[in-house]
Design a protein around this ligand. Structure first.
Ligand code: FE2
Ligand code: FE2
Length: 147
């Protein structure tokens, strides 16, 4: 049943957001030195977005009558600025890839989800747009660091 499959997918998305937020906040504490303040500010801002996405995925799961995961997808530590940005860029791209899969799955279920579809579709598109913005922002930070 589409609904059950979507609950599993939204819960995996929720675990990705839990991991992303915690990873950003832990990485921020590793950043030291001249010029790191704008990067710290940007990564904290992104972590705040990930927290909003957690809330949106919880609403989607609840609308589908599912229970929300409290687990965390894998996280990766780093200490050096470029490495930190690269790790998070990879995670953002993986999130976009997975949320695109959710979007495709959701479109197949439009008839079945007649009274929930627009809410779910809007939520997925909203988060996808935000993650693409995060990719752009991290790309920009990486370019600025290039000699
Ligand atoms: Fe997110
Ligand atoms: Fe993100």
């Amino acid at each position: 049943m589409a609904r059950e499959k979507l609950i599993v997918m939204f819960n995996k998305a929720l675990e990705l957001e839990h991991a992303a937020r915690i990873q950003y906040l832990a990485h921020v504490e590793e950043l030291k030195g001249l010029g790191c303040e704008p990067i710290i500010a940007r990564l904290k801002e992104i972590a705040g977005d990930e927290q909003k996405h957690e809330g949106m995925w919880r609403e989607c799961i609840t609308m589908l009558d599912g229970s929300c995961s409290m687990k965390l997808a894998p996280t990766y530590g780093a200490k050096e600025t470029t490495k930190i940005l690269e790790i998070n860029l990879k995670a953002e791209k993986e999130a976009v890839d997975f949320y695109t899969q959710i979007y495709e799955e959701l479109k197949k279920s439009k008839a079945e989800l007649k009274y929930q579809y627009e809410f779910l579709e809007h939520s997925v598109r909203h988060v996808l747009i935000a993650e693409q913005e995060h990719i752009f922002e991290i790309d920009t930070l990486l370019d600025k660091k290039a000699p």
